[in-house]
Design a protein around this ligand. Sequence first.
Ligand SMILES: *Cc1c(COP(=O)(O)O)cnc(C)c1O
Length: 395
Amino acid sequence: MVNSSFKNQITSNLGSLHPRQRAWVEINRSAIEFNTRVLHKLIAPTSQLMAVVKADGYGHGALNAAESAQAGGASSYGVATLQEGVQLRQGGIQAPILVLGNLIQSEELRACHHWRLMPTISTIREALICETLGSGSGRIMPLHLKLDTGMTRLGVNWKEGSRIAKALSELKGIKIAGIYSHLAMADVSNKVETFTHLQKQRFLEVLNNLDNQNMNFGYRHLANSAGTLHDSGLHFDMVRVGLALYGQVPSSKLTSITNLKPALQLRARVTLIREVPSGVGVSYGHGHTTSIPSRLAVISIGYADGIPRVLSGQMQALFKGQRLQQVGKITMDQLILDCTSVKSLTVGSIVTLLGKSGKHQINTFDWSEKCNTIPWEILCGFKHRLPRLVLNTND
Ligand SMILES: *Cc1c(COP(=O)(O)O)cnc(C)c1O
């Protein structure tokens, strides 16, 4: 017979299972605040820091990221979509918010105006919609004009920049609160100097042209994280920082600023330990065969949580300062670690898949370089199934 108090305990706990039950992401808000402060000190006192919190704050939670960045000195926010901007406003964020993506319908731009979000403008067409909204509401609609200086994505061609800026400045219902461009090569180490320099020259040419006509166009901004970290000549009036806020760097080659703290740790529990002889095939397809009698640990996390399956056999986990090799194919919900030499690992032990343990650290670029992708994609890849545990620690 089931003990009734045990049964009650199970039932009452079902709705609120402990977040550290299986696998989870730890978000350290103090690290985001710390990184923002480091970056803020790096830029000139006349430059401002826009915290880019798109894609749910690069997987860290948009509000967590926004609030922590504000505490560290950020004065505005960048989001990709209208919904992301509205979410910040509903969460109580008051500071200026720029929508970096392209809004094309009047309904979207109307909502943008309603929520006091600034759109990015790449064509006269959308500027005219804003003009109607601004004039109609009696409240001028601020916006940022984007120039394409070589990214070939959003923005008006830089050669048209001053002509279009001038045309916009004549519209009564809108105000150019900023003019900006985006770097295409700032994180490609061997191309940084040449192409980034060309983009800066094109940007400056438009700005000088407008200066000569005494036009006011608000904040001038160009740099993303890589641009901000590598060249103060790219800072202008504001920098738009995403990746670095979260304490991440684009690649192992660009670890110049080493005092940034990764704000995200990925951890999971051991659910089973098994002893197997040599010559045993492990996981789907038996991609791994033990070469000696081995001790294997099953971890309750898999590709459905956001661990790329292509890392199979190529990733490691940390436990009390020791490295454990992952073996066999990563499956949807589980993966296997070889713990033959780590006897202290037991059922229920917590291992670190990304982040720090003792002297060791596993970075997002350690994964991305093996997956032929970039840290940004790794961070955005963690699924909703993984609880986010928000911490405030200084270590
Ligand atoms: C995402 C984004 C950024 C931030 O880039 P990071 O490299 O993550 O710092 C800056 N500007 C624009 C336009 C963006 O879309």
